[in-house]
Write a protein of this length. Structure first.
Length: 354
């Protein structure tokens, strides 16, 4: 017996037959079912797995007015025996709770979320693409449901976990713009949380960058716009003169699960890793001196995505061709093998759902 009693209501007719798994637009195709729960009277209950469907909203929902909404992103893969493999789900659920605490929301026992997710992926296992880059993207979401117009924490919440079959997020290396006008996060704020409002604030600067020919941004510190922080959809790493360097996670930088994993894999492989402040000027000087060997992003959706060039103040700086980026390619290969339960030594990172 698990920790919770989950009521299961399966869909009458699966939509699997309508999906072209070779050509899936990321985040646009949803699996058959979702897991839901409600927080009321100080406890979580009403645990259900339902057909994926619209939810009923009240215009006075607290989350629509005051932004009490957080989410997570994770993936499930298949191993060689066709079992579902979850990658570090407890770390994602722990981060969800840290986000909830910062936004004054109810937290939830990670084991409840893990049990609900495990049942969900067992039911929708056939939605995991069999393609080389395929995975089942998992989106846990929590939002406030009090029907009250007043600035106060909600006393009720809804948790939803739904899934999407996906392939690559980016089809190629990306060109990024160093942002030195707008800020993503500031000290004392909510930059470390996966809060919905963080992403809303990033949309206009990203739109401007897109119009200038860039795929994404490199955010810099809000005080001086001197030090890099993270990119729009990923944590950022560079390799300068053989050293992997990345800004330390903290109150303005999301503590990415993929980021932590890549750094640990790099250390295990014997690479030099530095977590420290990294200025834009240092990166530009390294590029000019021929010492900037690589720049890449890490994240659940993007896995490891290479940067082809970065721009600042109208000047673009190119990176070495992908054929020369052996370290980041090795890191990606190792990470993908771990996610599919193909590599020993990282069993603590995965949960095999049978």
């Amino acid at each position: 017996m698990g920790k919770i009693d989950i009521q299961i209501n399966r869909i009458e007719t699966s939509r699997l037959g309508d999906v072209d798994f070779e050509n899936i637009q990321f985040g646009r195709v949803f699996s058959d079912h979702m897991f839901v729960a409600d927080y009321e009277n100080g406890k979580w209950g009403n645990f259900e797995i339902l057909p994926f469907q619209d939810l009923n909203y009240n215009p006075a929902f607290n989350s629509l007015h005051y932004g009490q909404a957080v989410f997570e992103g994770m993936k499930a893969h298949l191993d060689a025996e066709n079992n579902v493999v979850l990658f570090r789900p407890r770390d994602n659920f722990a981060r969800l709770n840290r986000s909830c605490e910062r936004l004054c929301m109810a937290t939830i026992d990670p084991e409840i979320m893990l049990e609900g997710l495990s049942e969900l992926v067992k039911i929708d296992k056939e939605w995991i693409p069999k393609t080389d880059d395929g995975a089942l993207y998992i989106r846990p979401l929590m939002f406030a449901t009090d029907q009250y117009i007043g600035v106060a924490p909600s006393e009720t919440y809804k948790l939803v976990i739904f899934t999407c079959p996906v392939n690559k997020y980016y089809d190629a290396a990306v060109k990024v713009k160093v942002e030195d006008v707008y800020s993503r996060a500031a000290a004392g704020g909510i930059g470390f949380a996966k809060a919905a409002g963080n992403y809303a604030a990033s949309l206009l600067p990203a739109k401007i960058a897109n119009e200038e020919g860039y795929d994404q941004l490199i955010w810099t510190d809000a005080k001086e716009h001197k030090f890099i922080e993270e990119s729009g959809t990923m944590n950022l790493m560079v390799i300068i003169d053989g050293k992997i360097i990345t800004p330390p996670a903290g109150e303005t930088i999301l503590s990415g699960i993929t980021r932590m994993s890549v750094l640990q894999i790099a250390r295990d492989l014997g690479y030099s890793v530095e977590e420290r402040q990294l200025s834009v000027d240092e990166i530009i000087e390294a590029q000019k001196a021929g010492l900037l060997e690589d720049m890449f992003g890490t994240g659940t959706a993007v896995t490891i995505t290479h940067v082809s060039a970065f721009g600042r103040n109208g000047t673009n700086y190119t990176l070495p061709p992908l054929s020369e980026r052996k370290v980041s390619k090795q890191l990606k290969s190792e990470l993908e093998a771990i996610k599919r339960n193909q590599k020993e030594g990282y069993e603590q990172w995965i949960i095999v759902v049978r």
